[in-house]
Design a protein around this ligand. Structure first.
Ligand code: GLP
Length: 248
C-alpha cells in the first residue's frame, strides 16, 4: 500500500496512526526502529504525546536497525545517542525494553553479538512492526546495494554514497562501518512501514517501487513482503508514475 502525504509532518501523523493501531491490537508489541532525519518528525510527535500523557509504550520492546562500528553508545555520533535524545529519554519505555546493537564489541565478538541480537528478536516473539527510512542509494538500514536477500545481522562497510551524504559525520572519526540487521531480518517483521520524504529520495523510491526487484536497490526487495506500507511526502513521490497516485 502506498500513501502520498503533503509533507514530512503529515507523513509522521500517518505513521503515528499506524502505531496507535499496533498498540491497540498487540498486547506486547515488538518494534524495530530507524534513525536518520526521516523519522525525526514522527519522534517529535511521539515526544509531545508522551509529555501530554497520551502515549504509553511501557509494554513494548524495541530494537534498532543499526549502529556505527566501532562506536561507543555515549558518543554523540552514535545511533543510540540519537535515539535517547529523540525518543527513549522522553518515553515510558523501561531500559530493559530497549535492545541495541553494541558498537563497542571487539572483532572477535561481532558474530556472537549479531547472532544474539537475532535470537533476542525471535525470543521476544518476532518483530511486529519495522519502521524504515531509505537511503539515496536505495539502502535499508545499512544494507547497501548488492546485499543478499538472505542477509541477517552482521558487520558491513558503508557505501561511499552513504558516507558522502549531507549530515554524515566527517573527519578522522567518520564511521566507515556499521552493525546492521539484514534484509532477511527486516523481511521477517509482520508489518513494515517505509517512510521517505524529500526530493533527494525520489529516484530511490522510484527504483524501489517501479523497477524490477533487485539487490542493487535493497528497498525494492521489500515488495516481496505481503504487509508493507509506503508513506511518502509529495516530493519523494515526484518520480513515480502520476506522482504515485496509480499505486495504492
Ligand atoms: C542511514 C540509516 C538508515 C536510514 C537512511 C536514511 O544510513 N542507516 O537506517 O534510513 O540512512 O537516512 P535519512 O532519513 O537521514 O535520509
Amino acid at each position: 500500500m502506498l500513501h502520498v502525504t503533503r509533507n514530512p509532518v503529515a507523513a509522521a501523523h500517518l505513521v503515528a496512526v499506524q502505531l496507535d493501531e499496533l498498540l491497540a491490537q498487540v498486547a506486547a508489541p515488538v518494534l524495530l526502529l530507524p534513525t536518520g532525519s526521516t523519522p525525526q518528525p514522527l519522534y517529535a510527535l511521539l515526544r509531545a504525546r508522551f509529555a501530554a500523557g497520551t502515549l504509553h509504550m511501557a509494554h513494548c520492546q524495541t530494537f534498532n536497525l543499526d549502529e556505527y562500528w566501532p562506536c561507543r553508545a555515549d558518543s554523540p555520533l552514535s545511533f543510540r545517542h540519537f535515539m535517547e535524545n529523540e525518543l527513549f529519554q522522553h518515553s515510558d519505555l523501561p531500559p530493559a525494553a530497549i535492545a541495541f546493537l553494541d558498537g563497542t564489541v571487539s572483532t572477535d565478538e561481532i558474530a556472537s553479538h549479531c547472532l544474539a541480537y537475532e535470537q533476542a528478536m525471535v525470543a521476544a516473539g518476532g518483530v511486529d512492526w519495522c519502521l524504515l527510512g531509505i537511503g539515496v542509494n536505495g539502502h535499508i538500514a545499512f544494507n547497501e546495494p548488492g546485499t543478499a536477500a538472505n542477509s541477517v545481522t552482521r558487520l558491513v562497510q558503508l557505501a561511499a554514497s552513504t558516507r558522502q551524504r549531507p549530515g554524515f559525520p566527517q573527519g578522522n572519526d567518520a564511521p566507515k562501518a556499521g552493525l546492521t540487521v539484514g534484509i532477511q531480518t527486516i523481511m521477517s517483521a509482520k508489518k513494515i512501514i517505509v517512510m521517505a520524504c524529500g526530493i533527494e529520495k525520489a529516484e530511490s523510491v522510484r527504483r524501489a517501487l517501479e523497477e524490477p526487484r533487485s539487490i542493487h536497490t535493497p528497498a525494492s526487495l521489500l515488495r516481496a513482503h505481503s504487509n508493507v506500507i509506503w508513506v511518502l511526502d509529495e516530493a519523494a513521490a515526484t518520480a513515480l508514475q502520476n506522482g504515485g497516485r496509480t499505486l495504492s
